[in-house]
Design a protein around this ligand. Structure first.
Ligand code: AMP
Ligand code: MN
Ligand code: MN
Ligand code: MN
Length: 276
């Protein structure tokens, strides 16, 4: 099974429209695709319709921004009901916070002489309430601040840099609850991305499991082969199922194309066994 259970379209910080993304996934041989936009479900209906035309099994998903012990982590929800009331209300709250944070990022950038960043970032986003750092990064590449999105993040947008604004996202228990109340499955996204010691990681995995989280991403476009081996081992230790996703955002920008993240190791039980 070529499953890609983590990717983004233009309703969050991807660049392809939902339909275009699904067609690209199908062309890359994806048999099962979950669209997981940040804090946003608006791409699911058009993606699902396109997937039906392409013969791709489609899974409704989301990637929720969470603050846990002062760190930002991401929780993916899969196979959820997009009309879930608690989920929709929770995501709407996060998007309100996103808008306020975008204004604060623009103010921080103005202080170092980069004016007009809110308008610039907004030109790269479908709606003001989905604006994220990636939209600022694409605008700042346009301005020549750095040669590529990654370079802009490192110079301006990560913690300790002038355009970084600390932000309080959803609580872990709320994000997992919204997903579960919508009938979905909660998956810890790209655990290899978090700069976290092994003691904090154990707490995170234990709490996530106790809250009803059932899987972690073992294979991710953001993981090295060493990460994949480590998280396969930890998935077995914690009795988590394993997920697999590219985290694709844009051709030429993302490290991994949609459908090209690689296969789940054979000794990990795939999360899609739950999908029936
Ligand atoms: P936000 O949720 O607005 O803070 O933006 C987070 C998004 O920024 C992630 O989902 C990635 O798409 C992107 N991102 C985060 N860190 C980096 C990085 N170092 N280089 C490139 N993109 C990044
Ligand atoms: Mn993103
Ligand atoms: Mn993420
Ligand atoms: Mn993602």
């Amino acid at each position: 099974m070529n499953a890609d259970l983590h990717c983004h379209c233009s309703v969050s910080d991807g660049v392809l429209g939902a339909g275009e993304l699904v067609r690209r996934a199908a062309a890359n041989g994806v048999g099962m695709l979950a669209l997981t936009d940040h804090d946003q479900l608006a791409g699911l209906a058009p993606a699902r319709a396109q997937a039906a035309e392409c013969g791709v099994r489609f899974i409704d998903g989301v990637e929720i921004s969470v603050t846990w012990e002062g760190r930002t982590i991401h929780v993916v929800g899969l196979a959820l009901e997009p009309s879930g009331a608690a989920l929709c209300a929770g995501l709407a709250g996060i998007r309100e916070g996103r808008l306020a944070r975008a204004q604060a990022i623009a103010e921080a950038l103005a202080k170092i002489g980069m004016d007009g960043a809110l308008e610039g970032a907004a030109r790269h986003a479908l709606n003001a309430d989905v604006i994220g750092r990636t939209h600022f990064a694409r605008y700042l590449v346009e301005c020549g601040a750095a040669p590529d999105v990654r370079g802009v993040f490192e110079a301006y947008l990560v913690r300790g840099k002038p355009g970084y604004v600390a932000h309080e996202w959803a609580r872990l228990e709320d994000a997992v609850r919204w997903i579960r109340e919508a009938g979905g499955v909660a998956v810890l996204a790209h655990p290899g991305r978090y700069r976290i010691g092994s003691a904090a990681r154990s707490r995170l995995f234990g709490q996530f499991r106790d809250l009803g989280g059932v899987a972690i991403e073992v294979v991710s476009g953001s993981h090295s082969p060493e990460h994949t081996r480590l998280f396969a081992r930890l998935a077995r230790r914690y009795a988590f199922l394993g997920s697999c996703g590219s985290d694709f955002h844009a051709p030429g920008e993302s490290r991994c194309d949609v459908g090209r993240a690689g296969a789940l190791p054979e000794d990990v039980v795939p999360v899609w066994h739950l999908f029936g």
